[in-house]
Write a protein that binds this ligand. Structure first.
Ligand SMILES: Cc1ncc(C[n+]2csc(CCOP(=O)(O)OP(=O)(O)O)c2C)c(N)n1
Ligand SMILES: [Mg+2]
Length: 354
């Protein structure tokens, strides 16, 4: 028996890792599969011209989103602030596939009634807040939200995602500094996927490890394999526990890779082919499927049942969303400005009486 096989046997004998039940291990698989399949359906709709605006894939980053969000305690009222690629995180928090289909197709039935697109919507009841497009800005916002948890004496935790590019903004620095100095219950997930648009990590920052930036704020910095869902979950779980215990912020770097362009329109001409091929071989879903099988955590039948359920759910959601109407033009301003205006805008100058 090889050393690797022996290690696998030992782990199997000691039961599932990270305190997860067999049901939860299958749950992680199901969220990753749903994320991948939902995005594949969206690509089909995009090619038919039914998606408005860009389509931002998380291909190869499903373990990063799903594993990290899964470490939060939804029942405790934990809150998450996603980025455009964190479809998997939102599904874990309870967002439904049809909501994304409606958002991407700008349907009148979408959570934002067709006024915003893609993942730009929030629901405080389900613990996720709508993102601001400006990179890094969700860090100070989440510092503020977790400060309120502290002030009210609530044992809730916040999680915020930043990309390698977003970490170069002033907003990231200000938010990190505030959250770190107040020891706020916040987990900052640094998604190192190698690129910000076409800018490589090497051109983005002089540090080799994004986790090293934690030192400048006096907080723990951890690094995990972002394509290994259980490694992501374990590291995120530790960070969430630290935050809930009053030990403050953790900066958790997840090393992964953006396998598609910035969005579907981007042909990735700047990406070396061998680099892409290397990361394709490190696919997070393939890796987890192999683990589930080798370690006896889920049978092939159990996985097929999940795949079939996901396919059925998506068939129904796509069929429903496709025939739904766009918003009525006459309602374009509803919910955008208060109606009637609550008060005269400060910038509005009445013409002097004639
Ligand atoms: C302050 C700011 N500058 C520029 C942009 C335009 N922009 C949107 S996404 C993006 C790249 C983001 O890269 P990264 O943070 O690494 O996230 P990733 O796309 O890799 O998930 C840029 C430059 C923006 N939204 N906000
Ligand atoms: Mg990036």
């Amino acid at each position: 028996m090889t050393a690797r096989a022996a290690a696998v046997r030992r782990e199997a004998a000691s039961g599932p890792p990270a305190g997860l039940s067999r049901e939860q291990l299958l749950d992680l698989y199901s969220f990753m599969r749903l994320t991948r399949s939902l995005e594949e359906r969206l690509v089909g709709l995009y090619r038919q011209g039914k998606v408005l605006g860009g389509l931002f894939r998380s291909l190869g980053q499903e373990a990063d989103s799903v594993g990290s969000a899964y470490a939060l305690d939804r029942a405790a009222g934990d809150v998450l602030a996603p980025l455009t690629r964190n479809l998997g995180s939102l599904l874990v928090m309870g967002a439904r596939p049809i909501e994304f289909l409606r958002q991407y197709m700008a349907k009148g039935t979408s959570p934002t009634r067709g006024r915003e697109l893609n993942l730009h919507f929030g629901d405080l009841d389900r613990g996720f807040i709508g993102q601001i497009s400006h990179l890094g800005d969700m860090v100070p916002v989440m510092a503020g939200i977790t400060l309120t948890f502290r002030m009210r004496g609530e044992r809730r935790v916040g999680m915020v995602y930043v990309g390698d590019g977003a970490m170069s903004t002033a907003a990231f620095h200000e938010g990190m500094n505030l959250a770190a100095s107040r020891r706020l219950p916040l987990v900052v997930i640094a998604e190192n996927n190698g690129y910000a648009y076409s800018t490589t990590l090497e051109r983005q920052t002089a540090v080799k490890r994004l986790a090293d930036k934690a030192k400048a704020y006096g907080v723990p910095g951890e690094r995990a394999d972002g394509n290994d869902v259980l490694a992501v979950y374990e590291a995120a779980r530790r960070a969430v526990e630290r935050a809930r215990a009053g030990e403050g912020v953790t900066l958790l770097e997840l090393v992964t890779y953006r396998r598609k362009g910035h969005a579907e329109h981007d042909n990735q001409s700047y990406v070396p082919k061998d680099e892409l091929a290397r990361w394709e071989r490190d696919d997070p879903l393939d890796r987890y499927v192999a683990q589930l099988g080798e370690r006896g955590w889920a049978t092939a039948d159990e996985r097929s049942a999940v795949d079939a359920r996901v396919a059925r759910e998506l068939d129904a959601a796509v069929a429903e969303a496709e025939v739904e109407p766009l918003p009525e033009p006459a309602t374009a301003l509803d919910g955008v400005y208060a109606a009637p205006a609550a008060q005269t805008a400060a910038w509005y100058k009445e013409a002097p009486p004639a």
